[in-house]
Design a protein around this ligand. Structure first.
Ligand SMILES: Cc1ncc(COP(=O)(O)O)c(C=O)c1O
Length: 360
């Protein structure tokens, strides 16, 4: 029997690889350090908001996520018309591709970066215009500006970058934005922006306020700890935000996600204390790994990147053996999410033992 005909554009799309779970060993705790999640359990205030929304789950959610959009608008001091919400920032990203790119259009992004970018480009039939990171695993904004041609419709700057954690600074970003044609949309993917040192990393919203072709992508999944609820948002010029709403999955953001997002914004003080603790843990782990002789990239996120090249798989396997799942990128490096203090200590032990065995 003939198979249904599917779009050939989908041929060869690698399926998205989610972070692995750690192996369960009886009597031993294991830790998932492979998905850049927030290891802190939800705040009681957020759980209470979700519980209060539960009796409404037989009804469709508010289509426009009005209360959540308003809360975001107030929090970031932007008009509500400029806010679009979606099913995680990855859902928003898909919408951003849909509103900018068709077959043959170009998308410029650094590489390696968030692995959803090339997949989404391929889904819409766009051409991925990848630009290698520089020797310090940072976006090479000069090269990215040069890669833009008449086909380019979308430019993605992941800041800080997943999986390297590196960030571009204010001056570099300002110069870059000036060089991008004003009819090309620049998306600043700031999924990890709460973890940065604000003196060193620009706040994309400042640039969004000045440039109609800049959109800022944020999420409640990381610093706010709502990864399972799937809610993210984009702040963009009104025409771009309007377009994003046109292609949204109807009722995609659930009532529970809307309630939890609002509660997260109301409790940001407590959430940011946890973020601060994660940042401190990151810096300690970074320093200890350096003491051992390893060289993580300069991270501004809730994870560290070790460029271990061909040893990446072996290092990840050693971690897995010790009950820690990390995220290897074969032949390139390993991304390690900052976890519980005990998890970070266990990671250091694995790294020390691995180096002592001198695998290189
Ligand atoms: C850079 C970046 N952007 C976007 C996302 C998507 O996050 P979410 O869909 O949970 O908001 C991720 C998730 O890992 C990410 O690393």
């Amino acid at each position: 029997m003939a198979e249904p005909r599917l779009r050939t554009a989908l041929d060869g799309i690698p399926s998205y690889k989610a972070g692995q779970r750690p192996p369960e060993h009886p009597g031993r705790r294991s830790y998932k350090l492979s998905s850049n999640e927030n290891h802190h359990e939800p705040l009681p205030e957020i759980l209470a908001a979700i519980e209060a929304a539960l009796p409404q789950i037989h009804r469709y959610p508010d289509y426009a996520s009005t209360a959540l959009v308003d809360a975001i608008a107030v929090r970031f001091d932007v008009p509500a018309e400029q806010v679009a919400v979606g099913t995680g920032s990855v859902g928003m990203l898909q919408q951003l591709f849909q509103v900018t790119c068709g077959p043959g259009d170009g998308v410029v992004f650094g590489w390696r970066s968030f692995e959803a970018y090339p997949i989404m480009a391929q889904i819409v039939g766009a051409t991925a215009q990848r630009v290698d990171l520089d020797a310090d695993d940072r976006h090479d904004l000069d090269a990215m500006a040069l890669a833009i041609d008449e086909t380019t419709r979308l430019v993605l700057v992941c800041n800080p970058n997943n999986p390297t954690g590196t960030a571009v600074d204010e001056e570099q970003l300002a110069g870059f934005i000036e060089r991008v044609p004003s009819d090309v949309l620049i998306v600043l993917d700031e999924a990890y922006c709460e973890f940065v040192d604000p003196d060193r990393v620009p706040d994309g919203l400042r640039w969004q306020r000045q440039h109609g072709n800049v959109a800022v992508l944020r999420t409640f999944s990381k610093a706010h700890g709502l990864a399972a609820l799937r809610v993210g948002f984009c702040i963009a010029s009104e025409p771009v935000a309007d377009a994003l709403r046109k292609v949204q999955v109807p009722f995609g953001v659930s009532t529970l996600a809307q309630a939890a997002g609002i509660a997260a914004l109301h409790n940001e003080g407590a959430l940011m204390e946890r973020v601060h603790a994660i940042r401190e843990q990151r810096d300690v782990l970074d320093a200890r790994l350096r003491d051992l002789g390893l060289h993580p990239a300069q991270s501004q996120a809730n994870f560290l990147w070790l460029r271990l090249g061909q040893q990446s798989g072996a290092f990840a396997a050693a971690c897995q053996e010790a009950g820690l799942s990390v995220r290897p990128f074969e032949g390139e490096g390993v991304r390690i999410t900052i976890g519980e203090p005990e998890a970070n200590a266990a990671l250091l032990e694995v790294a020390a033992a691995w180096l002592a065995a001198d695998p290189r």
